[in-house]
Write a protein that binds this ligand. Structure first.
Ligand code: NAD
Length: 483
């Protein structure tokens, strides 16, 4: 459906209601309820149970009961369980992807990719060996460092990639011997609940709980004395609240927060070759990606050519309902975010910036916003300073690389960034000076199961994926033996 077509009356759409929480191995309902909106229509299309404090307490008690036996399972047994989880994701890829598109908005092909990626990443992480480290090995003494699971991990996820962002922490927690409680965003609870229903057959009762609920459920998790670790993915603002709340019980925390990623494009690039890659890195999932390119710094020699090439990509991109196979970009996920991005567009116009493509937002029923390329914008504007998390990207001009680096680093965010150049070594030397968790050269958004990912500065704390990420779900213990 395009943004301008009329939407059937909400009442005429049968609402799906076949969703359940997963607590202690059982699929259960609750007295609370969440309505879920399809962002392509703006209408409620489903509802699901919402957990209250009683459901959380039951899930925590079950997770604590299940922990000792799960911890004692061999690593190989837990690896096999993660493989079965990956199998469940693959076997149900089509139905999970359709549900994901309905609640999140992204095109079906990208929803399928998200499910497949969650499976691959999980299997990849469950291949990593976590060996004890021998620190001292002398005739008179031996000192070893071993890693033990923490207990119950609470996993709180955002609405932009609910399955992929649950799978990483979930695999880390369960593979390392913890039990886990997952809470998806109230905007996109359904696919995670559907996954929970599938995994009821994979993990023993209590090892995994899936609870949908509002923001307050997240807060109760961070306060709960029966939860030992919180893995939070979401905004910087909420991340700070999570950290403050976890301090009450000194929970371990991993925070994967927002970003304002810069891409620095040097004068030696092949503009035509890189424009589609940069466009994709900025606009995939309609810009709602933590590590999307959010600011493009282009050298003055290629500035106009790059602006024109990006604007051409934006005009070419097909925007529409994610269920339409022709759509390359779906709607913004929710009304609040749509209004926020509109506010950023207004600020951009007020400052007299050049809008090269997009900028005309249809006021239909869905939250559709055309891909928008902005040139000659003031560095102090909201679009440059804030995380826009939507399909509007500024292209900024520079003459001197030192100046580009200074501007790229002049932010409290520090998730990732990239440098684009015909000379990869020169690119790498510049990329190493970006104050970020990941600096790419001639690519953006490339992550894998064995490579740590996370933010510098206010973009987060700790790392997901890789041995480093797995160890953050464990407590190191020194065993020091005097022989
Ligand atoms: P959000 O912070 O509003 O919400 C995230 C989750 O936290 C939701 O489940 C929400 O219900 C819950 N929550 C809200 N208040 C809470 C509280 N006080 N205590 C505990 N939990 C609470 O984020 P969002 O709008 O859903 O997601 C978008 C943001 O997520 C963007 O900033 C994006 O960059 C970031 N993000 C980061 C990464 C990463 O890996 N660094 C990945 C994806 C998204």
């Amino acid at each position: 459906m395009s943004a301008t077509e009329p939407v059937p009356a909400a009442a005429a759409i049968p609402r799906r209601a076949d969703f359940t929480l997963l607590i202690d191995g059982e699929r259960v309902g609750s007295s609370g309820q969440l309505d879920v909106i399809n962002p392509a229509t703006g209408a409620v299309f489903a509802h699901c149970p919402a957990a209250g404090r009683a459901e959380l307490d039951r899930a925590v008690a079950a997770a604590r009961r299940a922990f000792p036996a799960w911890r004692e399972r061999s690593v190989e047994e837990r690896r096999l369980a993660i493989r079965r989880m990956a199998g469940a994701l693959r076997d149900n890829q089509a139905s999970l992807a359709e549900l994901l598109t309905l609640e999140q908005g992204k095109p079906l092909a990208q929803a399928r990719d998200e499910i497949a990626r969650a499976a691959t990443q999980s299997e990849g992480m469950a291949q990593i060996a976590i060996d004890p480290e021998v620190l001292v090995d002398e005739p008179a003494r031996r000192i070893e460092l071993k890693y033990f699971p923490l207990g119950v991990a609470g996993i709180i996820t955002p609405w932009n990639a609910p399955i992929n962002l649950a799978a990483g922490p979930l695999t880390s927690a369960l593979y390392t011997g913890n039990t886990a409680i997952v809470k998806p965003s109230p905007f996109t609870p359904l696919t995670t609940l559907a996954l929970g229903a599938l995994l009821a057959e994979v993990f023993p009762p209590g090892v995994l709980a899936v609870l949908a609920g509002g923001d307050e459920l997240g807060r109760w998790m961070t306060e709960h004395p029966g939860i030992d670790k919180i893995s939070f993915t979401g905004s910087v603002e909420t991340g700070k609240k999570v950290m403050a709340s976890c301090a009450g019980t000194l929970k371990r925390v991993t925070l994967e927060l927002g970003g304002n990623d810069a891409a620095i494009v040097l004068e030696d690039v092949d503009v035509k070759a890189i424009a589609p890659k940069l466009f994709f890195a900025a606009f995939v999932n309609s810009g709602q990606v933590c590590m999307a390119v959010k600011r493009i710094y282009a050298h003055e020699h290629i500035y106009e050519a790059l602006c024109a090439a990006l604007a051409a990509e934006a005009r070419k991109a097909r925007i529409g309902s994610g269920l339409d196979p022709a759509s390359e970009l779906g709607p913004i996920q929710n009304r609040e975010q749509f209004e926020r991005v509109l506010g950023i567009l207004e600020d951009t116009r007020r400052r007299g910036a050049r809008i090269l493509a997009g900028g005309e937002v249809p006021r239909g029923a869905g939250y559709f916003f055309p891909p928008t390329i902005v040139a000659d914008i003031d560095e102090a504007s909201r679009l440059v300073q804030e995380e826009q998390f939507g399909p509007i990207v500024p292209v900024l001009r520079f003459r001197d690389v030192e100046d580009a680096l200074k501007r790229a680093n002049d932010t409290r965010y520090g998730l990732s960034g990239s440098v684009w150049s015909a000379d990869p070594e020169r690119g790498a030397a510049i990329a190493a000076r970006l104050e970020v968790g990941t600096a790419w050269v001639n690519q953006h958004r490339a992550t894998s199961a064995t490579v740590p990912f996370g933010g510098a500065k206010e973009s987060g704390l700790g790392r997901q994926y890789s041995l480093l990420g797995l160890k953050s779900y464990m407590e190191p213990r020194v065993i020091s033996v005097l022989k």
